[in-house]
Ligand binder design. Structure first.
Ligand code: PLP
Length: 374
């Protein structure tokens, strides 16, 4: 199998797995328990929280362990709405469903929502966000980098604008965590998932800056400073901390490696396959993602054909009611319908090799030819 879907999830790092194992088999107590088995877990959580805070540049008290980016985004958006009880929300039109759907839910409860489209290059301008803010805006969300195109968003600028206006700013860092420094200084809150940087699935972080107010979403025990109830998954959190530390320490090398693989892949695809175009310039995107449209091809068909040949990729298309709708992100960027429908997201990771890249391009060439002939 050639796995080019690392933006969906990554393979667990072997060293990370080794760090997790004792917390599955040896130290399996409940971190809330008073006895030694519980304390062993509680100590591991303290160490994991300290480590993550150190690499983000925040305090450990600002780190909340959650189940991932979806919960982080839901908690931030709904938790701010719960405090204000009414008001206006501004989101980029290319946010992940965890934010977009949360905003849609809040709209049903009476909040106003404005979605700000990106420019044709895939970035949402700070100016257009500033223009959308109103007197009663309580929350703004713009992701650090888009999950379909990899385009990096101007969150520092947007964060400053929101801070000056006293508006809570959340930035979804699920795709950028591990690849780029997190914009902690510029946001009230941010979130990410461990499985995007070779950590385990089902765990992530929500950082809430001291002084920024969010009402809790999950009530229960006193876990996570009383903010998020539920028995804590010690092994996963230990793994996330190890994976995050490793990805921060090896960032330059891994980014260079992945960028090299992507450059080779994109260059070959754009020169050897006619009727291809890149959605999102490479110098404006994370090194891990290349989104390419194939004229005369349906992305969903291409995905299936590649899968039959052992290549795993993704489309930005969403399946609803049996019909495949083109990606909202690409259409919001002004792509033609055919271009949006014929798009594939290739996402690269540190376990990919040059040989895989060459083979994937060869297989892609024949798949595209086959689809275009039919
Ligand atoms: N935000 C972005 C940008 C994502 O790409 C994803 C998942 O792919 C999420 C949020 C949700 O993350 P999770 O499924 O780990 O909760």
């Amino acid at each position: 199998m050639i796995y080019l879907d690392n933006a969906a999830s990554t393979r667990l790092d072997d060293e990370v797995l080794a760090e997790m194992k004792p917390y599955l088999t040896e130290y399996y107590g409940n971190a809330q328990s008073q006895h030694s088995a519980g304390r062993a877990c509680a100590n591991a959580l303290v160490a994991a929280r300290d480590k993550i805070a150190k690499y983000i540049g925040c305090t450990p008290e600002e780190v909340y362990f959650v189940s991932g980016g979806t919960e982080a985004g839901n908690t931030a958006l709904k938790g701010v709405c719960a405090i204000h009880k009414k008001g206006h929300l501004v989101l980029s039109a290319i946010e992940h469903a965890s934010l977009a759907e949360s905003a849609a839910d809040m709209k049903k409860l009476g909040f106003d929502v404005t979605l700000v489209p990106p420019e044709n290059d895939g970035a949402v301008s700070a100016e257009s966000i500033a223009n959308a803010l109103r007197e009663n805006t309580i929350f703004c969300s713009v992701m650090a980098a888009n999950n379909e195109t990899g385009v990096i968003q101007p969150v520092e600028e947007i964060g400053k604008i929101c801070r000056d206006r006293g508006i809570f700013f959340y930035t979804d860092c699920v795709q950028s965590a591990g690849y780029a420094r997190l914009p902690y200084e510029h946001a009230d809150a941010l979130g990410f998932s461990a499985h995007k940087f070779y950590g385990p699935k089902g765990t992530g972080v929500l950082v809430i800056k001291k002084g920024s107010k969010v009402f809790r979403l999950i009530s229960g025990g006193m876990q996570e400073h009383g903010f998020r109830g539920g028995t804590v998954n010690t092994a996963a959190i230990v793994g996330m901390a190890a994976a995050y530390e490793k990805s921060c320490l090896s960032r330059e090398n891994v980014n260079a490696q992945i960028n090299g693989l992507r450059h080779k892949f994109v260059t070959r695809v754009l020169t050897e396959i006619e009727g291809t175009s890149l959605n999102g310039a490479l110098d404006k995107t994370l090194p891990s993602i290349a989104n390419i449209s194939f004229d005369g091809c349906d992305g969903a068909n291409l995905l299936v054909l590649l899968d039959l040949n052992g290549v795993c990729v993704s489309t930005g298309a969403a399946c609803s009611a049996g019909a495949v709708a083109p990606s909202d992100t690409l259409t919001a960027m002004g792509c033609r319908l055919s271009q949006a429908k014929g798009a594939i997201r290739f996402s690269f990771g540190k376990h990919n090799t040059e040989e895989e890249i060459d083979l994937a391009v060869d297989l892609l060439k024949s798949a595209v030819q086959k689809i275009r002939k039919n």
